[in-house]
Ligand binder design. Structure first.
Ligand code: SF4
Length: 85
């Protein structure tokens, strides 16, 4: 018998709560309204090519299966107002 199975249920459940790392905030298609202060509550447009036409407003903590991780270079350019696309 492992140690974890002897723990009370509340403690075992807490260990299953994990942070969702892949969300709009860290997606290459997210265009936050305020790039300098964007956190997971930030709203912005999703410009993924197949979704762009819908003008979706998403928040940093949203997610979809078209997620693609943003590169630091893109974040830098967006924050400097020099990003094209
Ligand atoms: S809705 Fe999907 S594609 Fe659009 S920014 Fe969020 S994770 Fe990326």
């Amino acid at each position: 018998m492992s140690m974890s199975s002897e723990e009370p249920e509340p403690q075992r459940s807490l260990k299953r709560v994990i942070w969702q790392g892949e969300n709009c905030l860290s997606c290459t298609w997210f265009r936050p309204n305020d790039p300098l202060n964007a956190d997971i509550l930030e709203r912005g447009l999703c410009v993924e090519p197949r979704l762009k036409a819908y003008g979706l407003v998403v928040s940093g903590r949203d997610w979809c299966n078209l997620y693609k991780e943003v590169r630091q270079k893109q974040i830098d350019l967006i924050q400097e107002g020099k990003f094209k696309g």
